[in-house]
Ligand binder design. Structure first.
Ligand code: ZN
Ligand code: CU
Length: 499
């Protein structure tokens, strides 16, 4: 809390009477919050001060806007610029470019393989450079702030004729040049998705060489690992090895353990991660559901459990239906039905609730939706992730206090991704703020009705602009492009809470 004697007495926006949870895990406190322009200028007792607009937050929590640490919103921030599925949850910043997939660099004339094509919905053509992508976002801002990474699978697709082999020296040099361009343009890091066909053949050595330009800047290496099932420990080792070889911070995307024979393995993965954190900088994120969602796959391992079709190009009428029912109706097995439904996306019920809770409750786990903003029946995480953690997991299940829940979606995430002057509700920081009701906040999106907006999110402010209020979007598109800042990233070389 700051003293307010030097503060202006007139604000653009004044949030009165609320309880502040500041995103640092510190206990809540009663305070008003004064905003001028896009900044927080006062936090404290601001009685008697005036404002162009006042928001009554009596009985409500006032917190930093949530940061979605794992998104595939690269094109959505341009094509669905008001981003209702995010701002309705209280999200004010998204980290894009995950799982090896980014919106740039691409060529107009190329065919994209799955899963790259899944989010390739460019409203204004494709971007041949990372700078062109970020410039387009600056020219036509979204309702949320965007920090973007460049995707290794995207680099492979734009560089290599044949993705079914390891990159040769010439291709590695070409990809390095593209990483360098992305870094100079302001990308905060690079992601890989070695689980997916376009990058399955990339070796550890290829990845290290392609990522060389990250080292000088300590930019992030973020990964959807090769294997999240039987070989999850090998995958973690590979990830940490890459981080050490490059001397950069790493983030394990949507940590999970898939398939029934592996249930309970988080008892081993989490202590292993914690131990590695003593020696290098590591982050991880998680979505609060026992089902994942990705492209329609035909491998046995993915079709074991219940599979819901989220969308199918050849069979759009199958969206929302169970794969087993479709297969029975067509008189074929599940593999054949899946093959006929490609290309498309599906929801796979392959995780254990105890594992999900163990990962969510792990100190260093950030919240990330991994929502895929396409299709009629998306995974409910697209609309429900953040209120589900606040309402279901923190309040109802009691996994952790509300202060911890907020930290996992704000301060911790801003620290790990180097998003400075955001993530903590503090004087001088950007006025990204969410006002919510701790007693009623909850996710309303379900597998049957996945696009129902959350409840209990009252007001969402992005860089000082009221963007969501009274269950409706104001139309404001005040999001900014957040670029990598070397000074702040360097501070991440020691992970303060992991010692
Ligand atoms: Zn992924
Ligand atoms: Cu992802």
């Amino acid at each position: 809390m700051s003293d307010t004697t030097s503060s202006p007495t007139h604000y653009d926006l004044l949030i009165r009477g609320g309880t502040v949870i500041d995103g640092s895990k510190a206990p809540r406190f009663a305070a008003d919050v004064g905003i001028v322009g896009d900044r927080i200028v006062a936090i404290g007792t601001l009685a008697g001060h005036t404002a162009a607009r006042t928001i009554d937050a009596t009985g409500r929590i006032v917190a930093p806007g949530f940061i979605d640490s794992h998104t595939h919103d690269d094109q959505a921030v341009l094509s669905q610029a008001t981003m209702p599925f995010k701002v309705s949850q209280g999200v004010t910043t998204v980290v894009a470019g995950n799982c090896g997939i980014s919106a740039a660099p691409l060529r107009e004339d190329m065919d994209l393989p799955m899963p790259l094509s899944l989010i390739d919905t460019p409203p204004k053509g494709r971007f041949t450079t990372f700078r062109a992508y970020l410039d387009a976002l600056r020219a036509t801002p979204s309702s949320v702030n965007v920090a973007a990474m460049v995707g290794h699978s995207t680099l492979r697709a734009v560089t290599m004729q044949d993705l079914d082999r390891v990159a040769n020296d010439e291709e590695i040099a070409a990809m390095q040049a593209l990483v360098e361009e992305a870094m100079q343009a302001g990308a905060i890091g690079l992601s890989t998705g070695t689980f997916y066909p376009p990058a399955v053949k990339a070796t550890t050595e290829e990845i290290i060489e392609v990522c060389r330009p990250l080292s000088a800047r300590k930019a992030l290496y973020v990964t959807h690992m090769r294997d999240e099932a039987e070989k999850v420990m090998d995958s973690l080792e590979e990830t940490f090895h890459i981080g050490r070889a490059l001397d950069v911070p790493v983030v394990v995307s949507h940590h999970k353990v898939q398939r029934e024979p592996n249930f309970g393995k988080t008892r081993v993965t989490l202590p292993f991660i914690r131990d590695a954190m003593k020696h290098q900088c590591i982050g991880l994120d998680c979505y609060p559901y026992t089902a994942g969602s990705t492209m329609i796959r035909t491998d046995r391992g993915m079709l074991d459990g219940r599979v819901l079709i989220a969308g199918s190009e050849p069979h759009p009428e199958c969206a929302g239906r169970d794969l087993a029912d479709i297969a029975r109706e067509w008189g074929v097995d599940k593999e054949e039905a899946a093959r006929r439904l490609q290309p498309g996306s599906a929801i796979y019920f392959q995780m254990d609730e105890d594992d999900v809770q163990r990962i969510l409750a792990f100190d260093e786990t950030m919240i990330g939706s991994d929502g895929i903003p396409v299709g009629e029946k998306p995974h409910p995480r697209l609309w429900g992730t953040f209120p589900r953690v606040l309402g279901h997991y923190s309040r109802d299940v009691g996994l952790f206090p509300l202060e911890t829940a907020v930290w996992k979606m704000t301060g911790l995430t801003a620290r790990n991704f180097g998003l400075h002057e955001r993530g903590i509700l503090r004087v001088g920081n950007h006025a990204d703020i969410v006002v919510f009701d701790a007693g009623t906040v909850r996710d309303a999106a379900t597998y049957d009705e996945p696009t129902r907006p959350a409840e209990g999110i009252d007001t969402v402010i992005v860089n000082g602009a009221v963007t969501w209020a009274n269950s409706g979007h104001s139309g404001a598109r005040n999001g900014q492009v957040i670029t990598r800042t070397q000074a702040k990233m360097t501070q991440l070389s020691k992970n303060p809470t992991a010692a």
